[in-house]
Design a protein around this ligand. Structure first.
Ligand code: SF4
Length: 232
């Protein structure tokens, strides 16, 4: 059963994340988690009986949905941008993120289902924050690129069920384990839309302070519709 298979990955990650969060800072713990997560996914991909279709230069995932991230991931992206981006790169990213936020705001609830916002960090079909990308972006499990394209072109087409199961379970389970460890510390683990949360993180230094004190990190940023804790 798929839930049990995810738990097989979530449990050890939860134990390791608890230990890390006790010994290291949040940022250090996130970096350590990403390293473990990438290694776990590489192993799952090598062992998978299903061939993967994901490849460099394919960016349907980055243009398919509003990309989401937890606050501890948003701050990692923000730190990366602050360290590595030129003023021009930053301006372009902020423009693209603002466009996404405004398009979403202007759309009706029904129209939002068909929006295909391009992630503001996608540049020439490649991720400009690759080393710091959120955990959801580290997952790559599609076995059929044509289906990704069809799903991208037809928003009413459901997400095709053509994925490498073992890779998917490793990715979802590992991410859930780390998130749970952060949640146990009483910190915000809501799933925010990356465009709006990134803008708020850049504009309001208070968002990090709020997060560190156990409050909701972002007060203006929008949430994923699939986050059940979003309205609290
Ligand atoms: S952060 Fe990078 S990998 Fe994730 S959706 Fe954006 S461009 Fe794609």
């Amino acid at each position: 059963m798929s839930e049990e298979r995810m738990l097989e990955h979530a449990r050890p990650e939860l134990a390791q994340a608890r230990e890390d969060l006790h010994k290291f800072t949040m940022r250090e713990s996130v970096v350590r988690f990403y390293a473990r997560h990438d290694a776990k996914l590489d192993t799952a991909v090598q062992a998978s009986p299903q061939a993967l279709a994901c490849e460099a230069g394919c960016s349907y995932c980055c243009r398919q949905f509003e990309v989401v991230a937890h606050p501890f991931e948003v701050f990692e992206v923000q730190a990366y941008v602050s360290r590595h981006f030129t003023a021009e790169q930053l301006r372009g990213t902020i423009e693209r993120a603002t466009r996404n936020v405004n398009e979403r705001k202007a759309a009706t609830e029904a129209a939002r289902l068909t929006l295909r916002p391009t992630c503001p960090f996608l540049v020439d079909h490649s991720c400009s924050v690759y080393a710091a990308r959120p955990s959801v972006c580290r997952n790559y499990h599609s076995t059929d690129k044509d289906n990704c394209q069809k799903s991208f072109e037809d928003p009413f087409n459901t997400w095709p069920n053509t994925y490498a199961h073992d890779v998917f379970h490793a990715a979802m389970g590992g991410a859930a384990g780390f998130k749970k460890a952060v949640e146990e510390l009483g910190l915000d683990t809501r799933t925010y839309h990356l465009s709006s949360a990134f803008l708020e993180a850049m504009r309001s230094p208070d968002s990090a302070k709020r997060f560190n004190s156990g409050k909701r990190a972002f007060v203006k940023a929008t949430f994923s519709e699939f986050d059940s804790s979003a309205s609290s």
